[in-house]
Write a protein that binds this ligand. Structure first.
Ligand code: GTP
Ligand code: MG
Length: 217
């Protein structure tokens, strides 16, 4: 039986807006989780996979996300494009951000993206950060700079190792072990993910849920 459009919309993730400044006040104020990582690492794709809807724009060309894009999540289960997605967290915002290290962006753009990300990490209601690192690659100098920034900031960090589907099973274990050693994120806060296959999504949703409940306790 077809669902009434209205009932669906009530529980579906919603695009709130695209903001050039990171100090935008969101109404109502809710806990927030920000996605950071190098350009093209899969931030927007992972956000979509987590909520089970194609709300964030993705692209094979780096530099797609250029502002602070905000999505409101109701926290109730909703019916995604293909299947029901159990979201284990209360109402909150997900913040999609531009990537760092995009060499072809002009110097001024790069500086603006960097400022936007740095300020977003200081938002008052930030409950945690999902830091994305490509499972196949060595962390770049920009990744190292982000690691330092996150360590200074003191906000809880979940590391998502992305695009696991691109790596043969035989290489995954050792890449995962190497990255775990390098990133300096607690063992249980590192999740191997694939936005393509859905690997790691249940774990990531649960971890985000814990961040939110800790922040709102
Ligand atoms: P910017 O907004 O430019 O910083 O990029 P982003 O980090 O938001 O990356 P985006 O989600 O736009 O994805 C970049 C490219 O990687 C796209 O072509 C995606 O289809 C691809 N991609 C993202 N996640 C995965 C994944 O888990 N597996 C595979 N195979 N491809 C992925
Ligand atoms: Mg993006």
């Amino acid at each position: 039986m077809p669902r009434a459009a209205g009932t669906r919309l009530l529980t579906e993730p919603r695009f709130v807006g695209s903001f050039p400044r990171a100090d935008v006040a969101l109404d109502p104020p809710l806990a927030e989780v920000a996605f950071v990582g190098r350009s093209n690492v899969g931030k927007s794709s992972l956000l979509n996979a987590i909520v089970g809807a194609r709300i964030a724009k993705t692209s094979g060309t780096p530099g797609k996300t250029r502002m602070l894009n905000v999505y409101a999540i109701s926290g109730q289960s909703h019916v995604g494009a293909r299947h029901a997605v159990p979201l284990q967290f209360g109402p909150m915002y997900l913040l999609d951000l531009p990537g760092y290290g995009y060499a072809r962006a002009g110097k001024a753009d790069r500086a603006a993206f960097r400022r936007l990300v740095h300020h977003a990490l200081r938002r008052e209601r930030l409950a945690g950060v999902v830091w994305l690192v490509d499972l196949r690659r060595e962390p770049s100098p920009d990744d190292r700079a982000m690691q330092d920034l996150l360590a200074e900031g003191g906000c809880p960090v979940l590391a998502a190792l992305t695009k696991a589907d691109k790596l043969p099973q035989s290489q995954r274990r050792s890449r995962e072990r190497d990255l775990r050693a390098i990133l300096g994120v607690p063992e249980d806060q590192v999740v191997v993910t694939s936005a393509r296959t859905g690997e790691g999504m249940a774990e990531l949703r649960e971890a985000i849920g814990s961040l939110i409940s800790k922040a709102t306790e």
